[in-house]
Design a protein around this ligand. Structure first.
Ligand SMILES: NC(=O)c1ccc[n+]([C@@H]2O[C@H](COP(=O)([O-])OP(=O)(O)OC[C@H]3O[C@@H](n4cnc5c(N)ncnc54)[C@H](OP(=O)(O)O)[C@@H]3O)[C@@H](O)[C@H]2O)c1
Length: 361
């Protein structure tokens, strides 16, 4: 009786320490880049008393993985404590030789005897880290099995969601952006749309562009707005630019702003948006932003390709003009696409709302 109470208390204390470590790992991972093709990952190493030995995050493709960063962050005076240590991770350690050696092996070699991860690696070539660790005698388990509070696991899942979905489906996570008036218009009757939303919304939209691998519009938006589609802040274009993609049969005019740099642009003469996304996945894109007009947005929604809607809504009334989405095939309200609001935020006078399809992962 006494033994079982002590065991329960010990595992509760351990789950609490590992839960804090997972929260911290998420916090670290959030500082990593969303764009660039790799997942955001955080790692915290704990000694057997639950004290932090080292921590790390992954800073994107080509840079060391979070586990390697955390291992190298352990001070020389404490390296001996790695023997018997626990690694708490947002994502299962990889088990393949890519640009860096397998993290499963690195943790084992360092003496780590317990590995807790929140999200299983969906990448077939990299998965299997936890199973391999178990095969060499390391206690490797999920955060749920480790008794960590579900909220911490949920944060890690949210952090990894877009990348994991992209890798599982082999097409990028697609965010569609709309900037509308209060009455759902993206342009006035004469086609003008600059600017419906305010400066805070536009600055926010640029920060989202900076976090994305590719920005996609249709030839209609190029013809109407001649957008540069670059990611900019108050000081001008950013050093890292998303690939700018135009979809449609029409030519891109020789003087179009998006032909100029900085960054690359690409024209795909098709209406097949699934093929466009698969091509972008092949280029390494995991996170794509659709900034097209109502035709492209309608086509993407009809094809079930939109994972997330970023709606900037301004307190502006236009009356007629162009509705945000064309041709959804909805003729009666019961057929309307009903989505779930993930978050809302006020940006100056505007509202910024993120929604996802009901039942989406
Ligand atoms: N406020 C906002 O958020 C926002 C954002 C973007 C645009 N706009 C406004 O939207 C208006 C432009 O609307 P839009 O609908 O013409 O722009 P769009 O959706 O960007 O471009 C439509 C064109 O893309 C091509 N296309 C590519 N894939 C397609 C597919 N699967 N199905 C059908 N067409 C496809 C077609 O041209 P081809 O004939 O060349 O194939 C089509 O005419 C402008 O007034 C602009 O200001 C507003």
């Amino acid at each position: 009786m006494v033994t079982s109470t002590v065991t329960t208390t010990t595992s509760t204390v351990r789950a609490r320490a590992e839960g804090h470590a997972l929260d911290r790992a998420v916090e670290l991972a959030e500082r990593g880049p969303i764009a660039g093709g790799n997942p955001r990952v955080g790692c915290v190493l704990l000694d057997p008393t639950g004290a932090v030995l080292g921590e790390g995050l992954h800073l994107g493709a080509g840079s060391p993985h979070a586990e390697a960063v955390a291992l190298s962050a352990v001070p020389a005076s404490r390296r001996a404590e790695l023997s018997g240590a626990t690694a708490v991770l947002t994502l299962e350690p990889c088990h393949h030789h890519g640009r860096t050696p397998p993290c499963s092996q690195a943790l084992h070699d360092a003496g780590v005897t317990r590995v807790v991860h929140a999200v299983a690696d969906p990448d077939e070539t990299a998965a299997g880290g936890a199973a391999w660790l178990r095969s060499v005698g390391v206690e490797a388990l999920t955060s749920a099995d480790a008794g960590i509070a579900p909220a911490a696991t949920a944060r890690a899942e949210e952090l990894t969601r877009s990348w994991a979905a992209a890798v599982r489906r082999r097409r990028p996570w697609l965010v569609a952006k709309t900037a509308t008036s209060l009455d759902g218009r993206v342009a006035a009757a004469d086609g003008t749309s600059r600017w419906i939303t305010g400066p805070a919304s536009r600055a926010h939209a640029h920060s989202v562009r900076a976090d994305t691998d590719a920005v996609v519009v249709g030839t209609g938006t190029v013809a109407a707005d001649d957008p540069a589609l670059t990611a900019r802040d108050a000081d001008g274009p950013l050093a890292e630019q998303p690939l700018r993609v135009v979809v449609g049969e029409r030519d891109v005019p020789p003087a179009a702003r998006l032909r100029r740099g900085p960054g690359q642009w690409h024209h795909v003469r098709t209406h097949d948006l699934t093929a466009v996304l698969e091509e972008l996945y092949g280029f390494g894109a995991r996170h794509v932003l659709l900034e097209g007009g109502p035709t492209l947005l309608g086509a993407a929604l009809r094809a079930g390709l939109v994972d997330e809607l970023h709606a900037y809504v301004a307190p502006v009334l236009v009356g007629g003009g162009t509705a945000a989405v064309r041709d959804l095939g909805v003729t009666t309200i019961t057929d309307a696409l009903r989505w779930r609001t993930v978050s809302t935020q006020r940006l100056g006078d505007d509202l910024f709302l993120i929604a996802r399809p009901e039942g989406a992962q």
